[in-house]
Design a protein around this ligand. Structure first.
Ligand SMILES: [Zn+2]
Length: 56
């Protein structure tokens, strides 16, 4: 699975691979690990569409 996301290191939108990891899937905010295919840096980001079920 890949998405175009802004990379802090490349300073532009790059194609980033989503790394699904059990530890991250079940964490509080369900952050995903994005690995930039350009520079190889990884970053934690929230998904593009956070669920709006519990908005306070
Ligand atoms: Zn990058």
């Amino acid at each position: 699975m890949q998405e175009n996301r802004f990379c802090d290191r490349c300073m532009q939108k790059t194609l980033q691979e989503i790394v699904e990891n059990e530890e991250t899937i079940y964490t509080y905010k369900r952050k995903k690990i994005y690995k930039c295919t350009m520079c190889g840096s990884t970053s934690y980001k929230r998904g593009l569409r956070p669920s709006a079920e519990s908005v306070y």
